[in-house]
Design a protein around this ligand. Structure first.
Ligand SMILES: [Zn+2]
Ligand SMILES: [Zn+2]
Length: 218
């Protein structure tokens, strides 16, 4: 099983991506080189320094959702690289309103950032010359986005589906049934060979989760 997963993840067809994990919630972000430049998905604490140390000239920052652990370095990154920021309309207030996270009782305050691109469900959307299918899978967070590159069999999934788990549905705006249905209908249909890059924990595949995820079975 372990061999099988490693084999799938190292498949030659797949685009090269880099992973950084930062912050107290050990949040993953991923960067990959599209034909017209580097895209970063999510912005956990420490991501800006990591990009600099990797000498990545970032051209675009896309957010899977607006939870605090995924946006902590957002303002710093935008300032450092001057790159546009893309987010779902329902997540936009989470990054543009300084006090948004007070409602969560976390006591966090963020440096607000205005989104440059609003991203909603779409069968085909181009980012820096790379084509993505945009899936909205709410239930963990309103407006949660998954970015699917069909040609690379790669899904940047945020906090929707994890290796052996799913995103929490008990936070404000969460809904367990909505989350499970979304995973079943929108993600499990993408194909067993698809690699999932989740917001927390190691990569997995749709096939592995479809067969053994304890929360959502077909
Ligand atoms: Zn989250
Ligand atoms: Zn998270």
């Amino acid at each position: 099983m372990i061999y099988e997963r490693e084999h799938e993840i190292e498949d030659e067809k797949m685009i090269d991506y880099k992973t950084f994990t930062g912050g107290i919630f050990e949040t993953n972000c991923y960067t990959l080189e599209a034909p017209e430049g580097w895209i970063l998905f999510d912005a956990p604490d420490g991501a800006c320094d990591w990009l600099v140390s990797e000498e990545i000239d970032l051209r675009l920052l896309l957010l899977t959702h607006g939870h605090i652990d995924h946006i902590q370095d957002l303002a710093r990154i935008k300032k450092r690289f001057g790159c546009p920021v893309g987010v779902h309309p329902e997540s936009a207030p989470m990054i543009s309103e300084r006090d948004f996270f007070r409602d969560f009782g976390f006591g966090f305050e963020i440096e607000p950032v205005q989104p440059d691109l609003l991203i909603e469900a779409s069968a085909s959307r181009d980012f820096l010359g790379m084509n993505f299918e945009i899936l909205e899978v709410p239930g963990h967070c309103p407006g949660s986005l998954c970015f699917f590159s069909r040609e690379n069999a790669l899904l940047v999934g945020g906090d929707v589906l994890f290796a052996g788990g799913v995103g929490r549905w008990d936070l404000p705006g969460g809904d367990g049934e909505l989350l499970f249905d979304g995973i079943r209908e929108k993600l499990y249909s993408l194909g067993d060979e698809v690699t999932v890059l989740p917001g927390h924990g190691p990569p997995t595949t749709i096939g592995a989760e479809r067969r053994s995820n304890p929360f959502v079975r077909l």
